[in-house]
Every structure is written in structure tokens, then in C-alpha cells.
Design a protein around this ligand. Structure first.
Ligand code: FES
Length: 277
């Protein structure tokens, strides 16, 4: 669909409840019209506006990878009116999707080199898209390291897939939780501290960071300290968006709009547009 104002109609194919408190649900959607499916080309890091007729819309990063052609995946944290309505959706319900919107992680630049993915909490959505994409093109990339943190073990999303990723010998996966809990035998500590401790090598390596703003804020300086060049550190700032197409003015950072200039920015770019980084 070329007109970004008009949503394409999609059907809820599957719903997965990600956490015991049921605040995180993952929705797999299928295209109702085959022409829409043909036209909808996206890359890891892009987002869509997810709408329910008469109930409003909200932006979410695409959690599926373009290599997964049968569905589009979104994981939704229940935080307000629209996300509450989305949580009421049942299998078979119809929804609208506007997109794909924004830019994407520069996977072409990553080719032949190492990639470190650093994620926090339920913001692992577009990082899942990126990771699946890299694993589907495994030969094109060097070492892949994932550092993924959550407040507690219940709050990791995609737990079944994490279990599968842990078995792979072509992926270094490090999971961490904020504070010790019974039965947890992996890492404990906040993501920036764990990144510092693991100290992934910066040489010929690209790093992608996505998570809560506070995690991003404290992780970026650690990566700089580890000698990652600013133009090899990428982050996604999808948090402030509303309309997704440069109209509402809600998402500006300095002179840029997150929705149309991002949501993916290198630290080099962020340093030029805002003193916040
Ligand atoms: S989300 Fe409206 S201008 Fe960016």
C-alpha cells in the first residue's frame, strides 16, 4: 500500500501471552488481501501503526523478520487505552496496519563483520526481527552476540525462542535479570553493567541497542568506553511516536523527527542532533 494514511486489513492468526501478569501479548497477523502481502516489504527495525476500527491506533516495532513471510508479528505491552483494546483482540479479529514506516537497522553494512545486539525488556521486538534476519543469513555475518536483560525472568519475551537460541553454537546469548531470584542460574545485573563485564570486542563489530530509555542512556557510554566508534553504535528510539508520518510533531529530537528520520539512529547522528546523548 503506497498511501501511508490507509491501513491494510489484517487478521489475527495467533496470540501468545508472554508473561504471567498478562501485560505482554504477541500477535501474529496475516494479510487478508494477497496484493497487500505482495506490496508490504519491510526490514528489521521498521514499525507500523496498529489500529482497531473506531478505537484508535498506536505505533509498534515489527517483531517478525522479512524472512518470515506468512505473518507480521507485534508484541504489545498493555499501558493505555489503545493497547488495552488490542489486548482484547481474539483470533480471527480484523485489524488495520499502516506501514511499514521509518528506517531500519543497516544490515547491509554489517555484512562480513560481527554484530552485538543489546536489548532490554519488551523492547526486544525489533531486535528479534534483526536477530532472526541475521540467523537466516548466517553465512553473511561474523560472530553474533546477544545481551538481553529483563527485570525478572517472567519479563523476557519470546521465551520458547530464547530456549532454542541458547542451544545454538553460532550465537553467543547472555541473559541477565536485575536482581537475584531463586532458580535463576544465568547473569544478574543491569544491562550496562553486564555489557561492561562481558566487554564484547569492538573491532570489526557493529552494535545495536534497544530498550527502555534509561537502559539506552547508560549503555551507550559503556560501548564508547569499550571503543566502539559512534558510527557503529545504533539504537532505536520508537518511544515518542504517535502519527508515524511526520505530521503530529510529537516525536522530535532536536531537529529530527523520530518517525521519519528514524527510529534507527547511530550514536554519531544522535550526537549531532541532541545533547541528550
Ligand atoms: S510521530 Fe507524529 S511527527 Fe513523528
Amino acid at each position: 500500500m503506497d498511501n501511508t494514511y490507509i491501513p491494510v486489513q489484517m487478521k489475527v492468526e495467533n496470540i501468545l501471552i508472554e508473561d504471567p501478569a498478562k501485560t505482554l501479548r504477541t500477535f501474529d497477523l496475516s494479510f487478508i488481501n494477497s496484493e497487500d502481502k505482495e506490496r508490504f516489504k519491510y526490514m528489521p527495525g521498521q514499525f507500523c501503526e496498529f489500529s482497531i476500527l473506531g478505537r484508535g491506533e498506536s505505533p509498534f516495532g515489527i517483531a517478525s523478520s522479512p524472512t518470515e513471510q506468512d505473518f507480521l508479528r507485534f508484541t504489545v505491552n498493555r499501558t493505555g487505552l489503545v493497547t488495552n483494546e488490542i489486548h482484547y483482540l481474539q483470533k480471527g479479529d480484523e485489524v488495520g496496519i499502516r506501514g511499514p514506516l521509518g528506517n531500519w537497522y543497516p544490515v547491509e553494512k554489517f555484512k562480513g563483520e560481527n554484530v552485538v545486539i543489546v536489548g532490554g525488556g519488551f523492547a526486544f521486538t525489533t531486535l528479534r526481527s534483526l536477530l532472526i534476519y541475521l540467523l537466516e543469513h548466517r553465512k553473511d555475518y561474523g560472530e553474533i552476540t546477544v545481551i538481553y536483560g529483563a527485570r525478572n525472568p517472567d519479563l523476557f519475551i519470546y521465551k520458547d525462542e530464547i530456549a532454542e537460541w541458547e542451544k545454538r553454537d553460532d550465537l553467543n546469548l547472555h541473559l541477565t535479570i536485575d536482581k537475584e531470584v531463586d532458580g535463576w542460574n544465568k547473569m544478574v545485573g543491569f544491562v550496562p553493567t553486564v555489557v561492561k563485564e562481558l566487554a564484547p570486542k569492538a573491532e570489526k563489530t557493529w552494535c545495536v541497542v534497544c530498550g527502555p530509555p534509561i537502559m539506552i542512556k547508560y549503555t551507550l557510554p559503556v560501548l564508547v568506553e569499550l571503543k566502539f566508534p559512534n558510527d557503529r553504535i545504533y539504537t532505536s528510539l520508537e518511544r515518542k511516536m504517535k502519527c508515524g508520518i511526520g505530521k503530529c510533531g510529537r516525536c522530535n529530537i532536536g531537529s529530527k523527527y523520530v518517525c521519519i528520520d528514524g527510529p534507527v539512529f547511530s550514536l554519531e547522528q544522535l550526537n549531532t542532533i541532541s545533547e541528550a546523548f
